[in-house]
Design a protein around this ligand. Structure first.
Ligand code: PLP
Length: 422
């Protein structure tokens, strides 16, 4: 199936007389007809559902759909994008381990990597998104367990050279994890370029309507954990799960099976069935919405650039953008609906400009169906140091403008009247 068909039909195929739409299985638990039958699913949880702290039929259908969209072997939903990023690392990094991340990533992920993981004994080295192969290689240590980056970074809007980062990671026998939130599988499928694991905040374009907070981790099923020899958690018996060796018992997707049976079992950050139902509704129109966001954003970006009132603009669809060539390679159908720009006059003028907007709402959200705007330095990236802000490509006056699906003339008219105010 083509992706426009997959968003509608993957994950759930009703049989004779069953509901057309995947129902909301709002049940914490599942019934078995004997004690032995319960024991059997504990021995092999892939045989049936056990408990909704880590699996649920409604969420399972969404997981199968997202795995198919990304071209992965299996997926696991989480209660937020943050939980997805956290588990994606904790699944392969223990205390004493190290990993590498592009410095051009979402501010909440910087906090998680630089501070919270550090307290847990896991160290992260941030490397410039445009670093050369040698520069990335130089950051790799004997205890480095993975490399992380965002396809299109929030809010710096840089484009990750996925093939380059995957090459360096694979040479070192470690996987590449890509946060594909802003691109979605409609615009880019990182696994096709060499990524091993894909994560998303599904709260953004995948949902699209600002009705659920969620995340997902997709396992490509392609990384050879055994050949690497660096991941005993996957290739040696798991004492917490009666000695299962994930690569042997679940060779198709050992990484995601471990994440569910071990980490989700213990942390329980699984979405409610109702949230998965809402996420699925968003996914059903993703292939129609993404091209329209891109079309609207391209017109808005060209308009903003033409005003002469901005100091800088970041949108990789513009020929003037330093990531234009990478965008042509990885995002040939468009570079999402988010634009970052800095007005002349710094933060004070930016605040004046943003407060003058009438249609675009000032909110802590992005990638919504409605146009919204945010000053990252005052909000999502407020906890970052000056140094981290620079590394993440953010200046204090930067405005993150998330173009929605309104008529683009209305969006531009709103911007016009706000530019007049400053
Ligand atoms: N990854 C990216 C690229 C994001 O933009 C965000 C949130 O803005 C997250 C992860 C975290 O997702 P959530 O807010 O769903 O926890």
């Amino acid at each position: 199936m083509k992706i426009e068909t997959q968003v509608l039909h993957e994950g759930y195929s009703p049989k004779n007389g069953e509901p057309r739409v995947m129902p909301i299985y709002q049940s914490t638990t599942y019934v078995y007809n004997s004690t032995d039958a319960v024991a059997d699913v504990f021995d092999d949880p892939t045989l049936g559902m056990i408990y909704s702290r880590f699996e649920n039929p409604t969420t399972d259908a969404v997981e199968k759909k997202i795995a198919a969209l990304e071209g992965g072997a299996a997926a696991m939903c989480t209660s937020s994008g943050q939980a997805a990023s956290m588990l994606s690392i904790l699944n392969i990094c223990d205390a004493g381990d190290h990993f590498i991340s592009s410095s051009s990533i979402y501010g909440g992920t910087v906090n998680l990597f630089a501070f919270t993981f550090k307290k847990m004994g896991i160290e992260c080295t941030f490397v410039d998104v445009d670093a050369s192969e040698d520069e990335i290689r130089a950051a790799i240590r004997p205890n480095t367990k993975c490399v992380f980056g965002e396809t299109i970074a929030n809010p710096a809007l840089t484009v990750l050279d996925i093939e380059k980062w995957a090459k360096v990671a694979h040479e070192a026998g470690i996987p590449l994890i890509v946060d594909n939130t802003f691109a979605t599988p409609i615009l880019c499928r990182p696994i096709e370029w060499g990524a091993d694991i894909v994560v998303h905040s599904t709260s953004k374009y995948m949902d699209g309507h600002a009705v659920q907070v969620g995340g997902v981790i997709v396992d490509s099923g392609k990384f050879d954990w055994k050949a690497s020899g660096k991941f005993p958690g996957l290739t040696e018996p798991d004492e917490s799960y009666h000695g299962i060796v994930y690569t042997e018992k679940y060779p198709a997707a050992p990484y995601i099976t471990k994440a569910r049976m071990q980490l989700m079992r213990d942390f329980g950050c699984y979405p409610a069935a109702n949230s998965s139902f809402l996420l699925n509704l968003g996914l059903e129109t993703l292939a129609v919405r993404m091209p329209k966001y891109c079309e609207n954003a391209m017109k808005v970006a060209k308009y903003i650039e033409s005003t002469g009132k901005v100091e800088s603009i970041k949108y990789a669809g513009l020929e003037s953008d330093p990531h234009y060539e990478l965008a042509k390679k990885y995002l040939p159908d468009g570079v999402c609906g988010v634009i970052s720009f800095s007005v002349k006059g710094g933060r004070e003028t930016a605040v004046k400009f943003m407060d003058a907007l009438k249609l675009a709402s000032n909110e802590v959200h992005v990638a919504d169906i409605r146009t919204c705007v945010l000053n990252p330095a005052s909000a999502t990236h407020r906890q970052l140091t000056e140094e981290q802000l620079v590394a993440a490509g953010i200046d204090p006056g930067m405005i993150r403008f998330s173009v929605g699906l309104e008529n683009v003339d209305d969006i531009i008219d709103d911007l016009k009247q706000a530019f007049e105010v400053i």
